[in-house]
Design a binder for this molecule. Structure first.
Ligand code: HEC
Ligand code: HEC
Ligand code: HEC
Ligand code: HEC
Length: 359
């Protein structure tokens, strides 16, 4: 006590140092603000121009390969083991292979997915995964236009020149080792990057982007009687929302009019886009990633043995629209729709020379 009250000068020094430590977690002003709703609703987006610069750099699109002719023989006729892209011309097929290499494995090249001795061979798991990814990309672009619009996605949207996208998630162990020594942490109270270092539950993904648990928690009646949502569920909803806002680099008012988080009227149209985005992400995880569980090697899986999955950050990577809305799909119409199964042209039957004719 005596030490603490020594002199007002030391007191002030401690205070100043203390606040310095506290403030290092904050961002330095000035900030930019942009109005995003009706006047007087306080619906503004706050941007830090300095962090935004980095995000802009990370969202530059590579130049597309020159277009290939749709004429000429089909890949399905020429190659031996083409199951999803058979109806492309050989030129279009090769162009896509070159682009896929640039988007996913620029360092290892074709051999990241191919056995160099035999391109038809399916022995590398990466090729099996890539074939499924082609169908996944086509499904997102054709079935989920209520989220991805005409801009759509390509492999680059998620991969950005890396075999493993920068942002993926695994189901978290909700009771990590040591958790019970200081009390059961119940999957929260750990400053995790998934929830922007808050104490919120750090794995809202398993419940909402894989499972189908209800996200809405606000009561719809005046009295609490009709509302059964617990504090825990509410915290998990806030954890998901924190992830969503962080992944898009926006504030809550990008999608909500904060007079009521639950109300749809008065909320910006982006909220409806986000609603479909939640359903799209959930369905893609269940229909495409989970079925690949046995295909992936152990070192690619999470601590509980599950595959890497998508969340909002996988595509958005800090931008309100991935790649700030620039479309790469327009240069790759072959990824816009699921291709019909390709039937090989019937083989021309050569007349068999009979012994008699040969005489
Ligand atoms: C990211 C993985 C990946 C990369 C990288 C890749 N490919 Fe492929 N490749 C595939 C998949 C998947 C198929 C099968 C497509 C299908 O089933 O429709 C395939 C099929 C092929 C085939 C047909 C083989 C046959 O006879 O069935 C050729 C030829 C080919 N690729 C060439 C290339 C070349 C050349 C490169 C490098 C410029 C390359 N690929 C890079 C995934 C890849
Ligand atoms: C919506 C996001 C998304 C899109 C679009 C996407 N991928 Fe993926 N991809 C993933 C995720 C998530 C994984 C799992 C990460 C891992 O391998 O651990 C993955 C894994 C892969 C792998 C395995 C890499 C490894 O080393 O384990 C290959 C190969 C691949 N993708 C190819 C493609 C190709 C080719 C396309 C485009 C036709 C594509 N992906 C489109 C999200 C995406
Ligand atoms: C990208 C758009 C988006 C952002 C950003 C966003 N939300 Fe949401 N929010 C939604 C959508 C969509 C729903 C409804 C989800 C559903 O029903 O599937 C929702 C639901 C909610 C709910 C539940 C409302 C109810 O009816 O019970 C709360 C609370 C909420 N958000 C709070 C927040 C907070 C706090 C933030 C900022 C940290 C935030 N949201 C950021 C889109 C967004
Ligand atoms: C497969 C990639 C992908 C995933 C995963 C994804 N998005 Fe998107 N999102 C897009 C694309 C592409 C657009 C741009 C659509 C356009 O330009 O019309 C977009 C647009 C949006 C917009 C509209 C922005 C605006 O200003 O109009 C919101 C909001 C949004 N996404 C929220 C989310 C949320 C929340 C999640 C996670 C639950 C999510 N997205 C997951 C690809 C994705």
């Amino acid at each position: 006590m005596k030490d603490l009250l020594k002199t007002p000068a030391t007191w002030l020094k401690t205070l100043a140092l203390g606040s310095l430590v506290l403030l290092t977690a904050c961002e330095r002003p000035p900030m930019d603000t942009v109005q995003h709703g009706y006047r007087g609703t306080g619906m503004v987006q706050v941007y830090n121009p300095r962090t935004l610069e980095g995000v802009i750099e990370a969202n530059v699109v590579p130049e597309a390969q020159p277009p290939a002719s749709a004429d000429g023989p089909k890949a399905g006729d020429v190659y031996q083991n083409v199951k999803v892209l058979g109806d492309l011309s050989v030129g279009e097929f090769t162009r896509l292979m070159v682009s896929m290499t640039a988007w996913v494995s620029p360092e290892k090249g074709c051999n990241y997915c191919h056995n160099a001795g035999n391109f038809a061979d399916d022995s590398l798991y990466t090729k099996i995964v890539a074939r499924k990814m082609v169908q996944m990309t086509q499904t997102i672009n054709s079935k989920w236009q209520n989220h991805v619009g005409q801009a759509g996605v390509t492999c680059f949207t998620c991969h950005r020149g890396q075999p493993v996208p920068k942002f993926v998630w695994f189901t978290a162990d909700s009771q990590p080792q040591g958790s019970n020594f200081i009390g059961d942490k119940a999957g929260q109270n750990t400053p995790a990057p998934s929830v922007k270092l808050t104490s919120l539950p750090y794995d809202p993904f398993t419940s909402y982007l894989l499972g189908n648990e209800p996200i809405r928690v606000a009561g719809t009646t005046a009295l609490p009687a009709g509302n059964t949502s617990s504090i825990q569920r509410t915290e998990k909803t806030y954890a998901l929302m924190t992830h969503m806002a962080g992944s898009l680099g926006v504030n809550c008012t990008f999608c909500h009019n904060t007079h009521s988080f639950g109300a749809w009227d008065g909320a910006p149209p982006q909220r409806a886009t986000a609603y479909h985005g939640i359903r799209m992400t959930r369905e893609v995880n269940n229909d495409f990633l989970v079925p690949l569980t046995d295909t992936f090697p152990t070192e690619r899986k999470g601590e509980l043995g599950d595959v890497a999955k998508l969340n909002c950050a996988t595509c958005h990577q800090g931008a309100y629209k991935p790649l700030f809305g620039q479309s790469m799909l327009k240069d790759h119409p072959e990824l816009a729709t699921l291709r019909a199964a390709f039937a090989k042209a019937p083989a021309v039957v050569e007349p068999v020379a009979t012994p008699a004719a040969a005489q």
